[in-house]
Design a protein around this ligand. Structure first.
Ligand code: ARG
Ligand code: ZN
Length: 881
């Protein structure tokens, strides 16, 4: 028998809660194995709720150990309690106090939702529905309460006791070895923002003075011995706080801001009010164990969680369908922050790469959903690239359409009007409509329609009339559950490039709204005519990737070569190089698949060779331009009948051809950044390293006599993780001599750093070649493998499934089998980690017939399992639909 599919929750069924809970007092008596939670709730009827209407509270794997109403024990007939529900059949008409006692075993909580232990530390994760695993509650984001939390624990085991808000009281409980702390959070909040932490942790303190002169105590709590790894996170936090004041006028609102780093965590981090809890991977860094990418990620995630204080906490979501209200907006804000801290163009390229590699395939496959979904079975499965990354793109388009000033005015109105509320996308958009006098009804389709619009372009220059006509059309290809679609509002940033490389001036424009360099496409078809265009231009469209669409613009390679060399928009320069490479990779992969001969295009090789010498472009940008589209990107471009082996071979052919062409110019770039000096994680230094690594990546396969020696010596002499890991990856992925020796040396050096060891697992799991599967299996029984640690599972299995296309989709089906078995195994312990791993099958229908049949049978095997979690059941059902 197959496990039941949970009932669908629908946006259209939303009903406001019947009761409100204004105050929550929690007394949490922590003890290994048996923790006792006493929750005292101030409950009252909402206006309009009839007296005596039943009160139904949510629970999840709870057991009720006591219940009182207004201080009096309650008759057993007055309530019904199960593990997932507590119902009071006819509660008092007047406001009342409900006291509930629950008993929990945090040590047995392997789902890492609710109250659990990571190493010895007690901590919580309540978003989306974890609070109901602590006590019975109206666990929905539109029930906002003021929380007072008293924590009590052994003083020796848990010297640190933390909860949301400000600390109001501490003390010892005489003669018991126990102590307590009371925290009060004056800001009403939904239960998903509740948090507590208790443990023996080191404190790294600092302070921040806000724009109105208030001093805020900042603390980062980590395992003892890791204090020195917090400098970058603390620095990022202070810069985030200042930036949000300067750019958005947002000031922090409590006396203290605490961050705790834990090693067992289902996601990246969590924005609990005043007490952010982080996966330690987004806190801990030093040059020895963290790469430049890690530093950038820490900066972004620290900022993201901090920015949630306004976009998420002060103003939260009415229901979980509105998740993008806080996530899309907050991702937009953290992207802007990183752009200001680093190079805007390079950040944009990195974000677009991520969007195209993660969100586009999601939006084209069976897991596609609108930015604001209309229905879900398990909300944890909707913390997706679509809600987050596409959600951020939608906010960015709003800014592009309205202009920075009106966008800021709309956001100010939003903060003003909805502070303290749980609200909706409609309310958010209304603020921008009012502040800018713009009708956003059609724009709101971006929240409603799934799928990536395809924008097709044709151009024609009429030399007699000096007019340039751009014919545009848009369409969303049909996807599961959405056969037709309506035209969206698509802001297209553009330039008409003249033969000298400069953007041309033009006369009047007909057929579209054009403001500055933004043209608005809002119909299915539109002919846009530019008058007074002196000569035939090259149309540079979608500059800065101004909308999350696929552009279908048939440009000749001469035009692309011209754009690659001349476009004044750095994003489109990069894009032109990528498009040239992509066209060639698709062509080569087709030839390889059919068993024909083929050689890479000389033009494409030439473009790559010339990028290296463009010294007026910064190093990070050149490194990005020299990075070929990934195998997954090529697979997506091909779209159907995908053969990952052919793609891999094609990409290696192009890589080798470029390497052979530029071999003689590479060495200075490789040695340039090793000139010495102390390591700095700043964008410029990181850019130099990125370019050096790109050059090493080509040099390794250039055929140069000293190639292996150079890579080995980069590995052996590296004085930072960025250099060491780049060299290790080449040794392992290109199966160079001394590969095994390098892996052993790395392990020896980093045995004590689990974050560094994650990279060791990941490097091996993503190596191409048939032997990788056996290696991954062997690593699963390695003493340092830990199936209970989400980071370790992701570094080995998730990176195999998503970062090793040829081995995951092996022709013998063993890659799919391994992941299917692992999903079933992990699902028993941690459904969220399992269902996330399961999403790696999402593009299975695009594979060639043999491979997709193998994927389907692996999926059917999962689906046939009786006791699948709700999380995995939902993903497997939708993936097979
Ligand atoms: N709100 C958190 C963040 O983006 C993520 C929480 C993810 N929760 C989940 N159940 N997947 O900052
Ligand atoms: Zn977030």
């Amino acid at each position: 028998m197959r496990s039941e599919t949970a009932p669908a929750i629908r946006l259209e069924d939303y009903q406001p809660p019947l009761y409100r809970i204004d105050k929550v007092a929690l007394n949490v008596e922590l003890a290994p194995g048996a923790t006792r939670v006493t929750a005292t709730l101030e409950v009252s009827r909402q206006p309009g709720t009839e007296a005596g209407a039943p009160l139904v509270l949510d629970g999840d794997e709870l057991s009720l150990a006591g219940i009182k109403l207004n201080g009096e024990a309650l008759a057993e007939t007055a309530y019904a309690a199960t593990a997932d529900r507590l119902e009071l059949a006819s509660p008092p008409a007047d406001p009342f106090e409900l006291t509930l006692v629950t008993e929990l075993d945090p040590d047995a909580n392997t789902k890492l939702m609710g109250l659990f232990r990571s190493s010895a530390t007690y901590c919580t994760q309540c978003e989306a529905e974890g609070f109901r695993r602590i006590t019975y509650f109206l666990d929905r984001p539109d029930v906002l309460a003021v929380y007072t939390t008293r924590l009590e624990a052994s003083k020796k085991d848990c010297p640190v006791l933390l909860a949301n808000g400000n600390l109001t009281e501490t003390g010892d409980i005489d003669g018991t070895g126990r102590h307590y702390a009371v925290w009060h959070d004056p800001h009403p909040k939904p239960a998903y923002l509740f948090a507590l932490v208790a443990g023996d942790l080191a404190e790294v303190p600092d302070t921040f003075t806000t724009m109105s002169g208030k001093e805020v105590a900042l603390n980062i709590y980590v395992e003892h011995g890791k204090e020195s790894l917090c400098d970058w996170a603390m620095d990022s936090l202070k810069r985030s706080m200042r930036w949000d004041e300067e750019v958005f006028g947002r000031e922090y609102d409590l006396d203290v801001f605490n961050i705790v780093a834990v090693s067992d965590f289902n996601m990246g981090a969590m924005e609990n009010k005043g007490l952010n809890i982080f996966n330690d991977k987004y806190v801990l860094a030093d040059p020895e164990t963290a790469t430049d990418q890690d530093y950038a990620n820490i900066e972004a995630v620290i900022a993201h969680e901090y920015f949630h204080n306004w976009t998420g906490n002060r103003i939260t979501c009415r229901d979980w369908f509105q998740l993008c209200l806080k996530e899309g907006l907050t991702v937009f804000r953290d992207q802007e922050f990183s752009s200001d801290m680093r190079s805007r163009a390079v950040k944009r390229i990195a974000d677009v790469r991520l969007l195209k590699s993660h969100q586009f395939p999601e939006d084209a496959g069976p897991l596609a959903h609108p930015v604001r979904p209309r229905t879900y079975h398990e909300i944890n499965n909707f913390y997706t690239a679509t809600v987050y990354e596409k959600g951020a793109e939608v906010v960015r388009m709003l800014q592009t359409l309205l202009g920075e000033q009106k966008f800021r005015a709309g956001l100010d109105l939003y903060f003003d009007r909805h502070d303290g509320e749980a609200t909706t996308i409609e309310a958010f958009l209304s603020c921008f409509e009012e502040a800018s006098s713009t009708d956003l009804e059609q724009f709101s389709l971006w929240y409603e329609q799934a799928g990536t619009p395809v924008v097709s372009v044709e151009t024609e220059y009429d030399p007699d009339r000096k007019s340039f006509t751009v014919s545009l059309s848009q369409e969303i290809p049909p996807i599961a559950g959405q056969k037709s679609s309506k035209p969206a509002v698509i802001p297209l940033r553009f330039g008409l490039i003249g033969s000298n490389g400069e953007d041309m001036e033009t006369g009047s424009v007909e057929g579209a709204n054009v403001a500055g360099d933004v043209l608005v496409l809002d119909k299915a078809h539109q002919d846009v005519v530019f008058h007074n265009v002196a000569a035939a231009p090259v149309l540079s469209l979608l500059r800065g990737f101004s909308a999350p669409v696929r552009l279908n613009q048939p440009l000749h390679s001469e035009e692309l070569l011209f754009q690659a060399a001349q476009d004044r928009d750095p994003f489109n320069r990069w894009q032109a190089v990528q498009t040239l490479a992509m066209q060639d990779l698709v062509r080569l992969a087709g030839l390889v698949r059919d068993g024909s001969e083929g050689t890479p295009s000389e033009d494409v090789i030439g473009v790559f060779a010339s990028v290296l010498g463009e010294t007026q472009l910064d190093e990070a940008l050149r490194a990005q331009a020299l990075t070929l589209p990934s195998e997954a990107d090529v697979a997506q471009e091909i779209g159907k009948d995908v053969n990952p082996d052919a793609i891999h071979t094609a990409r290696q052919m192009l890589r080798r051809a470029v390497a052979a062409r530029i071999a003689s110019s590479l060495v200075p770039f490789i040695t340039d950044q090793s000139a010495g000096g102390t390591f700095s994680p700043d964008a410029q230094a990181a850019g130099k390293r990125a370019l050096a690594h790109r050059c090493l990546h080509y040099y390794a396969v250039s055929g140069a006599a000293d190639a292996t020696d150079l890579v080995w010596s980069r590995f052996a002499s590296a004085d930072n993780m960025t250099d060491r890991l780049a060299a290790l990856t080449l040794l392992v992925h290109d199966h160079m001599p001394r590969e095994e020796e390098a892996l052993a040396a790395y392990r020896e050096r980093h045995t004590d750093s689990s974050l560094a060891m994650d990279k060791w697992f990941m490097t091996q799991a993503t190596a191409p070649g048939n032997e990788t599967l056996d290696r991954v299996k062997a690593l699963m029984s390695d003493p340092s493998y830990d199936a209970g640690n989400p980071n370790r599972v992701r570094s080995l299995l998730q990176s195999f499934a998503t970062g090793n296309p040829t081995q995951f989709a092996r022709m013998d089906g063993a890659g799919f089998e391994l992941i299917a078995e692992s999903v079933l195994e992990i699902d028993k312990r941690n459904p969220q980690v399992a269902s996330r791993l399961l999403t790696s099958f999402r593009s299975w229908r695009a594979l060639d017939p043999q491979r997709s049949a193998l994927a389907e049978s692996a999926l059917l095997r999962i689906s046939a399992c009786e006791n699948l979690s709700r999380d995995s059941r939902d993903i497997v059902d939708r993936t097979l639909q």
